[in-house]
Design a protein around this ligand. Structure first.
Ligand code: HPA
Length: 270
């Protein structure tokens, strides 16, 4: 594993010696278009990076970009692995550890999610405050050593959240807050599962992000996560759930998330 991380770092430094990323973003379903907004972009396909995931679901292209937003050097990951693709939760271990080894301090994760709480309608954006892991899985299964016992208190960094809230207020973006519940997928949840998740404190449900948060916290990265609400969760509306709907509705919030992330990234280094 650490050989793959070292090989990825070497390749990225050789391809793009001028950009030492300080902050990284994982772009979720339908958000890949944001990569086009940044300057000095160098794109490296995942298939050139040992240990990076093979592209899976539509909307995930499998590209790491090194770029700049103003003075901030950054890394953008388009494409992630999901538990439902392989049955393993550690598919993002090499990418996240590579980001940390390159010198990234912070990681912003984005995802698509189904909304439970009032107001979390399609097109809304939720800043994740905490998570519930309903999969019974961890990306750290099988690891040895004391650093597998990762403390997840404050995993969603308070200072990064505060900054995102301030920026969203300034931009007139209606940012919601809430707890993200991780389900394995690939099937959507049942209405009973959604009701149970709501009783237990979930505001939104999704199939990603949580393993990346665990890996990032283990690697010492500060974390923030934004969920794009693409649908009301199962049983809460009459619209049938589908991945096409996820992609179509993600586009409705892309503009908000794009503006928010852009300002966040520009201000990160200044
Ligand atoms: N459930 C799980 N994952 C999702 C959903 C959902 O309702 N919407 C988008 N991703």
């Amino acid at each position: 594993m650490m050989d793959a991380v070292a090989a990825c770092c070497a390749l990225l430094r050789q391809r793009c010696p001028d950009i030492e990323p300080k902050v990284a973003v994982v772009l979720g379903s339908g958000l890949g278009g944001l990569a086009g907004r940044f300057a000095d972009t160098v794109e490296i396909p995942y298939d050139e990076l040992p240990g990076f995931p093979a592209p899976g679901v539509g909307g995930h292209s499998g590209t790491l970009s090194l770029a700049r937003a103003g003075a901030t050097p950054l890394a953008l990951l388009q494409g992630r692995s999901h538990l439902y693709e392989s049955g393993r939760a550690d598919g993002m271990a090499v990418p996240i550890r590579t980001l940390a080894a390159l010198g990234c301090e912070a990681l912003v994760l984005t995802n698509a999610a189904g909304g439970l709480s009032a107001g979390l309608d399609p097109g809304r954006v939720m800043l994740v405050t905490d998570h519930l892991n309903f999969t019974g899985q961890s990306p750290l299964f099988g690891e040895a050593g004391d650093d597998r016992f990762v403390d997840l208190v404050g995993a969603y960094d308070g200072a990064l959240r505060e900054h995102l809230v301030q920026l969203a207020n300034g931009l007139g973006i209606d940012l919601h807050h809430g707890v993200y519940a991780w389900f394995s997928g690939p099937n959507f949840e049942t209405p009973a599962e959604v009701r149970a998740a709501g009783i237990l404190g979930a505001d939104a449900v999704g199939m990603s992000t949580v393993p990346e948060v665990i890996l990032a916290r283990q690697a010492g990265l500060r974390v923030a996560a934004l969920s794009i609400i693409t649908n009301r969760a199962a049983g809460l509306s009459d619209t049938p759930l589908s991945h096409q709907q996820t992609l179509a509705n993600a586009a409705r919030a892309t503009d908000d998330v794009g503006r928010l992330l852009y300002d966040f990234l520009v201000e990160y280094a200044s």
